[in-house]
Write a protein that binds this ligand. Structure first.
Ligand code: ADP
Ligand code: MG
Ligand code: ZN
Length: 589
């Protein structure tokens, strides 16, 4: 029964998706264009914006999936001004609401918000908007907990609906509904009642999270299964992706950051992500000692301190914020020129979101990740207890180990998209390699050696960290742990890649142990190690090789030969414009 329901929902959403929503002959089309040009002062829609606007103005429940910076807000801000009545915008963060209301007011659009930090009078005024038929307010922003915790809000909202004034409910960051998303917020669960409570009011959910699993979950929670899902491509052609070898000592790492900030990103602003509060502090100190203007940002700062850091960075007082992922949602700076990952993200999804904060103005920006094997365990020991988290992390490691495929291609695969081979334009380190003479190493014998080292250590009741395992493999460290064969004929760096490769492919598994102060990851044989004695067993690992990356020369600013594959909607608009021009001319004559 359940699967029948699922397939009906799929049919429903497929048939909705097969409709061309880019038309310009709707009753509202002319007004939409006017408002776009004259109120938002925007010349043309970006991909999919017009489709979303048409579908929600047609009263379809719609979920919009667009990458960060693509312009989701316009998809509800503009429709709000087309018909009489009020649009409710659900937003998870007070700072996001404040920013949007401020910028709408600047455009002479009347908007208000209700938040826990509003005064009593402000809250009352905002609540009255729901009842006041004469109000000029077009958008009312609220946080999700309003729906659960404020009876007055709910009864006013019902009044608004009864008066026929509840035009639309927009839910920003709608992935927060789902526990499968990267940002679950329990209060979003209450939004499930809205579609039943206000059946004729279209819901418009917006997110940058594209995972199919999360999207179906969101539809289920909001009670709008089979709704129209409009997804734009996740390709960000202006972002350059790069992996840098991370040195072992923190001091050397800081030197790399120093060079990048002083030369490559001179006079530009950006973000440096780490995975611990201590790292943000250490790196900030280190970079300051070397004369750089940076500041740290993490969850232990109170909200006032956080806004202050954010604002000063926004105004270019700081060149970089050294932050944990607490610095995320609500960053609205368009000219972030670099996002450096000092430590790898915990998944590709997270990496895409974090790196995606660069280059929202469409100009060239760089996303650089410092990677070395040891950082796998820095992250795995933090995340291992939640379901699926190790697989997510290993997806990220595969991206770091990759030296063969275009990085865009890997990201596209992650989002079940195909961006085509020509779309990169040499905007990733792999595509910049001078020629592609792929070198591989055969791992069959190495696997046997590594397996025997692990078994041998187990017999001696010794637990092996990755470092100890590699020591033994390279005939270093305690003699009883070493093997009888020869040491590998490649560098230790490649050895580290081999171990990481074996971990991500289930030949080796991590085994976590707690001490009083930390969690340690020891390595054990994984299920796939059982096949290494099979005579047909074969395993090859491509060796990474990188184009040079000049730390000490300024990053290029030019974007060469980028073509936008989704220009359809712009074309529509242009056509309409020229038609409009003709009619006005003919009227004149
Ligand atoms: P998102 O919510 O998808 O991350 P925003 O709605 O915050 O993105 O928009 C990012 C930026 O893009 C904003 O500065 C917005 O004004 C701008 N923008 C949106 N649509 C367009 C457009 N069609 N043309 C030019 N700029 C746009
Ligand atoms: Mg947004
Ligand atoms: Zn590429």
């Amino acid at each position: 029964k359940k699967s029948l329901g699922n397939s009906i929902n799929k049919l429903k959403s497929d048939s909705l998706a097969s409709i061309d929503w880019t038309g310009t002959n709707y009753e509202w089309s002319e007004k939409v264009e006017n408002v776009l040009n004259n109120i938002f002062k925007i010349i043309a829609f970006r991909p999919k914006q017009l489709s979303v606007i048409n579908s929600t103005l047609s009263n379809q429940h719609t979920i919009v999936v667009m990458p960060t910076g693509a312009g989701k807000s316009l998809c509800y801000q503009l429709p709000a001004l087309i018909k009489p009545g009020l649009t409710i915008v659900v937003s998870p963060l007070i700072s996001l609401m404040e920013d949007q209301v401020r910028s709408l007011n600047k455009k002479n659009v009347s908007a208000k918000y209700i938040s826990s930090s509003s005064s009593k009078d402000e809250t009352s005024a905002a609540l009255n908007v729901l009842k006041d038929k004469a109000t000029d307010v077009k958008l009312l922003y609220v946080t999700p907990e309003r729906f659960a915790k404020s009876k007055r809000f709910m009864s006013n909202l019902q009044k608004c609906h009864a008066d026929g004034r509840l035009q639309r409910i927009a839910i920003d960051e709608v992935h927060c509904c789902s526990q499968w998303g990267h940002d679950f917020r329990p209060d979003y669960k209450y939004l499930g009642i809205l579609s039943n409570m206000f059946p004729n009011v279209p819901i418009l959910g917006l997110t940058a999270t594209a995972t199919a699993h999360v999207l179906t979950d969101v539809q289920k929670i909001l009670n709008i299964p089979g709704c129209l899902v409009i997804k734009s491509t996740f390709n960000r052609p202006n972002l350059f992706y790069k992996i840098l070898e991370k040195p072992t000592s923190q001091d050397e790492c800081i030197t790399i950051l120093e060079k990048l900030l002083k030369y490559r990103y001179r006079d530009e602003t950006g973000i440096i992500y780490t995975n611990s509060i201590k790292d943000t502090e250490d790196i900030t100190q280190g970079l300051r000692k070397r004369g750089l203007k940076v500041e740290c940002y993490h969850a232990n700062l109170d909200s006032e301190a956080r806004s202050k850091v954010h604002l000063k960075w926004h105004d270019k007082h700081y060149q970089a914020i050294v932050a944990t992922v607490a610095f995320g949602m609500g960053i609205d700076k368009a000219d972030v020129r670099f996002v450096i990952h000092y430590t790898i993200s915990k998944s590709m999804e997270n990496y895409y979101q974090e790196s995606g904060r660069a280059g929202r103005d469409g100009l060239r920006a760089e996303c650089v990740t410092l990677y070395r094997m040891q950082d796998i365990f820095k992250v795995s020991t933090m995340v291992f207890s939640s379901v699926g988290s190790l697989d997510h992390l290993y997806g990220m490691i595969k991206y770091c180990l990759n030296g063969t495929y275009c990085r865009r291609q890997l990201i596209a695969e992650h989002f079940d998209e195909d961006w085509g081979n020509t779309d990169c334009n040499k905007m990733c380190d792999v595509c910049c390699q001078p020629e592609n003479n792929l070198k591989e190493i055969n791992l069959e014998l190495h696997c046997k050696t590594i397996s025997s080292i692990i078994e041998n250590a187990e017999k001696q009741d010794t637990k092996l960290t990755a470092q100890k395992l590699i020591d033994a493999w390279f005939l270093k460290g305690p003699v009883p742990l070493r093997h009888k064969g020869k040491e590998p004929n490649f560098s230790r760096n490649i050895g580290e890649d081999v171990i990481a490769y074996l971990i991500t492919n289930n030949f080796i598994i991590e085994d976590f142990h707690f001490t009083a102060y930390s969690t340690i990851s020891y390595l054990k044989r994984g299920v796939n190690m059982d096949v290494v004695s099979d005579p047909n067993f074969s395993l090859k690992m491509p060796i990474r090789k990188y184009s040079s990356f000049e730390l000490e020369t300024p990053a290029p600013t030019e974007l060469v030969g980028i073509v936008n594959s989704e220009t359809v909607e712009r074309k529509h608009l242009k056509k309409r414009k020229s038609e409009g021009l003709k009619t006005s001319k003919s009227k004149l004559t």
